[in-house]
Design a protein around this ligand. Structure first.
Ligand code: COA
Length: 329
């Protein structure tokens, strides 16, 4: 049995925040942001309306509709997010509730920007062993609430955005996921992380943390950049070799949307033409676990992929974690 991609959907909050708007809160410039990242605008959630789980449920409903299945056909929910509604439980069970599903396993994975690829890998194992037939896999993030929209948080605040994407994978004799390769190196955990709130502290959360700006994500941007441009090509090559393919066989490449410069570097390294490489970071910024399923759903809607095409996905992020997936559509 293969894990076939049969449904896709995405949801982004209505509120568009342009670089120009950020200029009014932060000492930054449209030029700086576009030059360094390719981002022009991103979406920020509407408090009281959007949460990680509600956005995920909206994306999931679209994926279910496209797949042409009944919601009750889903026998597992895998939720990738670094920004769950609650510290615990995870948002997977909240999506389960919103979809009106009972008793099936629903769980969160915390693999940050690589979350969707890790989720694909997990889903594929459950389907290949016959344990599950139909899996809902989601990436959803509300990051605008975690970041500080200020000069202090500016290196992060200009890069990230909110949104959700979902796919349905189903056991099939048709082609589907050909391979997934996932990796991690905890040596670099603190190069892109959010320390607080956390059980490592005597005080889980304190006013001091807020005052000292320690309740914010931290990123060593240069180190992340340097490692990402090395790991993306490596892990894609790993998949190509396993499948006996070359980069010429790739019909569409959807990398995690971390930074347009990273995407460009990897595209050139693979020798892929621009039209075979998806970049939507100018519209949404980096939505972490949601970038790939959003771009995938947009690509499907735009007719960029047809039956039999080879899709290559790859991601790199906090952990560090990274991975690739090859899917025959
Ligand atoms: N606006 C204006 N200036 C900013 C800024 C902002 N939003 N954020 C930081 N700066 C300043 C810094 O304070 C620093 O100033 P200094 O030189 O006076 O100390 C300067 O800009 C750093 O600029 P530069 O060295 O050109 O940064 P960079 O080329 O390394 O780009 C990143 C910064 C973050 C865009 C880049 O490192 C990057 O993209 N890293 C990878 C990030 C990523 O992909 N993360 C997600 C991984 S999943």
């Amino acid at each position: 049995m293969n894990s076939s991609l049969i449904g896709w959907g995405f949801y982004v909050p209505e509120r568009i925040v342009t670089n120009k708007e950020l200029e009014s809160y932060i000492d930054t410039s449209d030029e700086w942001i576009q030059e360094r990242s390719g981002i022009k605008e991103r979406r920020f959630f509407k408090p009281g309306k959007d949460t990680v789980s509600t956005m995920a449920a909206e994306a999931s409903k679209k994926a279910i509709e496209i797949a042409g299945i009944k919601t009750e056909d889903i026998d597992m929910i895998i939720m990738a997010t670094l920004s769950p509604d609650y510290f615990f439980p995870g948002s997977g069970v909240l999506v389960q509730r919103l979809l009106g599903l009972k008793n099936i396993p629903a769980f969160d994975i915390r693999q940050q920007c690589s979350g969707f690829i890790y989720g694909l890998s997990l889903a594929d194992q459950y389907i290949k062993t016959g344990a599950c037939k139909t899996i809902l896999l989601i990436g959803s993030e509300v990051q605008s609430g975690i970041m500080e929209i200020s000069d202090r948080g500016r290196d992060i605040a200009v890069l990230f955005g909110d949104g959700a994407g979902a796919v349905i994978l189903q056991a099939s004799e048709e082609p589907g996921i050909l391979s997934t390769h996932i990796h991690s190196d905890g040596e670099f955990a603190e190069e892109l992380y959010m320390k607080n709130p956390g059980s490592i502290n005597p005080d889980f959360v304190s006013k001091q943390m807020i005052d000292d700006g320690e309740l914010l994500p931290y990123m060593n941007g240069r180190m992340v950049f340097k490692t990402a441009v090395q790991k993306f090509p490596e892990v894609i090559e790993e998949g190509l070799v396993q499948n006996g393919l070359s980069s010429n066989d790739i019909d569409l490449f959807i990398p995690h949307q971390a930074n347009a410069r990273i995407t460009e570097f990897v595209r050139e390294k693979l020798g892929l033409p621009e039209e075979k490489t998806v970049s939507n970071i100018h519209k949404y910024g980096n939505t972490t676990a949601a970038t790939i399923p959003i771009a995938l759903a947009e690509s499907m809607e735009a007719g960029l992929l047809k039956k039999g095409d080879l899709l290559c996905l790859a991601a790199f992020g906090s952990g560090f974690t990274w991975g690739s997936a090859f899917i025959r559509i």
